[in-house]
Design a protein around this ligand. Sequence first.
Ligand code: MGP
Length: 215
Amino acid sequence: MASPREHGQQPVEEAAGDQQEYTTVLTDPVNFNVKHPLFSSWTLWYDHGGKRLTSAQSWEQNLKELITFDTVEDFWGVYNNIAKANELQSGANYHLFKKGIRPMWEDTANARGGKWVFQLQKQRGADINDYWLYTMLACIGESFEYEDEICGAVVSLRKGFSRLALWTRSCGPREMTEHIGRQFKGLVGLNMQIEFQPHSDASKSGAHGKDKYVV
Ligand code: MGP
């Protein structure tokens, strides 16, 4: 079981391996041009859904890697210059994943994992933008106690509804997975039941129906 990270605990200095000091905008108060580093680099992917897919390979061919960023400023630069989630065409998805994790079940980081998921009806179109933004901020801000469990998130536009999913590295223990689900709801301000689905069920590779939780 992964151990929870204390909120606000900052691994950057350890990772740097020396006594490096934090760099902030105040480091250069004249030029005021220092960017705020994220804990990790994140990659935004897009797929348009498009034509009916017949194989894992053709599904993957639809995936486009848009950009990787590792600062707060670059995140907002991307966010402010791409289509909002509710402007995507039906069938399309944005995927935001830690750099190095492909947004697919087959990636080793996802292969034994699953997703916390909820749907909104189409008439709540604008709400999905807020939920997607709060989800991305929770991810890049590494706000989850079981941070190592978080692989990424996906927003999906479909006919009549939209869907948001938080992908985790594993499906348990139950206590940990449910904790992540409850924290996800709190961080995005969601007041409805959400469901956990193991990827093995979605991919039908050994679907077993267990590890299905609700919070
Ligand atoms: P989906 O978009 O996650 O489900 O997957 P949805 O929205 O219920 O279905 P849709 O038809 O309305 O889009 C749709 C299909 O995309 C799956 O049945 C797979 O064929 C393919 N697919 C999706 N994902 C996330 C993966 C993946 O990670 N790997 C592979 N190989 N195929 C995937």
